[in-house]
Design a protein around this ligand. Structure first.
Ligand code: GUN
Ligand code: FE
Length: 420
């Protein structure tokens, strides 16, 4: 019976994008950390099992941050008066170069992993730097803290700084070695191929990564159509490609479950290609505002049936909490709504909550919200110290807790069924 765990509280989750499921004073039963079910009344077979009673608190799925750069945690809040390319050259590459030093990496990644858990993020798709050894340091620290997901060693063999540039051969050899070393080494972390973006990867490197993808069957993450200057640059680098996405497609990197961050300037054709291939869009609204990239057409993407998830894009984004990413997505969509003469609907808070939880969960093979058979990833939210008001519905309380995103409203965190 020790493997059975029962949590009691107000269970709130999103089974569909447009609808919240609320189970007042409900129960989540897990066995060996895996969800057995969500119940209004505790089934008789669990009688006598100790209940972890969270009283009037909310229990929600923990958050999935589907695009962020771990080394950039060290430069969070810097260079925000620059646009992408200058920001990379003046701040980012300099910061990432320091991760050649594994002791420095240990210090920063320990703080980073602890901060993620504190903010309620238990699943990620994260970039490291070009350094293989420090990427393992990142994975060790994530695993220690209880953060699960995909981790990529970055590939760059051109258009970066001298101290971050790899030779093409070195980049491919180090990536192969990284993939080999990850075999059986981590419980809940998986390597993912991470060509930084087309400008920083030669055609030869892209082709080599495509080969590695086929050999190892690994997933891929990169950046796409984030900034106007970047899009023009890619056109100049690949005169044979009409669209940015083709620069990934021609090397076999535009495949099912490839995560493409931003997609602010992805037009109809590029978006159709995403749908066709099963490419996932990581929308990073706070980053898109900070480095003034633009406003991604998320409402359109959703209506077209694209798979959209959310990311903080630390440190283009400066907000580590996925609650802030979700509300930023709502705010950004309202700018598009206003600019479209109120024709392009904005996102509701419930939709943004779905994107920050269930949509991300799907990438890890989990069902939406709390589904039987999935490992428990959950947060217990406490609004008892927020200002008193009239009695609120669970929907209203969730909305307030999404906007009121201070850490002390998270009372407990579960990752892979374990209290963290
Ligand atoms: N494109 C290529 N590299 C990066 C990065 O580190 N951050 C963002 N926002 N965009 C990129
Ligand atoms: Fe990014």
């Amino acid at each position: 019976m020790r493997s059975i765990q029962v949590l009691k509280g107000n269970v709130v989750y999103a089974q569909k994008r447009t609808e919240l499921t609320c189970v007042e004073n409900g129960y989540i039963v897990t066995k060996n950390g895996v969800i057995e079910g969500v119940f209004k009344v505790l089934p008789g077979e669990y009688r006598g099992v100790r209940v972890e009673d969270y009283g009037d608190k909310l229990i929600i799925p923990s958050f999935c941050d589907m695009h962020l750069h771990a080394p950039q945690f060290a430069m969070l809040g810097m260079g925000m008066d620059l646009e992408l390319i200058e920001w990379l050259n003046k701040y980012t590459f300099k910061t990432e170069a320091r991760f050649a030093d594994t002791a420095y990496a240990r210090r920063v990644y320990r703080m980073f992993a602890d901060a993620l858990i504190k903010k309620g993020t238990t699943r990620v798709a994260v970039y490291s730097s070009v350094h293989r050894e420090s990427t393992h340091v990142l994975m060790e620290e994530l695993e220690r803290a209880g953060v699960t997901g995909y981790v990529g060693k970055v590939n760059m063999d051109r258009n970066c700084s001298d101290d971050t540039r790899e030779t093409t051969e070195e980049s491919l050899l180090e990536t192969r070695r990284f993939l080999e070393e990850c075999k059986g080494r981590y419980k809940h972390l998986t390597p993912i191929l991470t060509p930084r973006f087309t400008p920083s990867c030669s055609n030869e490197l892209m082709a080599g990564l495509g080969k590695l993808q086929r050999e190892y069957g690994v997933r891929v993450q990169s950046h796409l159509s984030e900034n106007r200057q970047e899009v023009e640059w890619v056109k100049a680098l690949h005169p044979d490609s009409e669209y940015y996405y083709e620069t990934y497609e021609k090397y076999g990197l535009w495949i099912e479950n490839t995560i493409m961050a931003h997609c602010v300037y992805s037009g109809e054709r590029e978006r159709a290609a995403m749908k066709e291939a099963g490419v996932v869009v990581a929308h990073c609204p706070d980053s898109n505002m900070n480095i003034a990239s633009g406003f991604a057409p998320v409402r359109r993407m959703l209506e077209e049936g694209l798979n959209v998830v959310l990311g903080t894009d630390i440190a283009g984004g400066a907000l580590l909490s996925m609650r802030d990413s979700a509300t930023s997505a709502v705010r950004t969509s309202k700018i598009r709504w206003l600019l479209s003469d109120k024709k392009e609907d904005f996102l509701t808070v419930a939709e943004a909550f779905y994107l920050a939880t269930s949509a991300g969960q799907a990438y890890f093979g989990a069902g939406p919200g709390f589904q039987a058979g999935d490992a428990l990833h959950a947060l217990v939210l406490d609004d008892s110290r927020l200002p008193e008001t009239r009695p609120l519905t669970l929907e209203e309380r969730l909305e307030r807790l999404m906007y009121f995103s201070s850490d002390d409203t998270i009372a407990a965190r579960y990752s892979e069924g374990e209290l963290r």
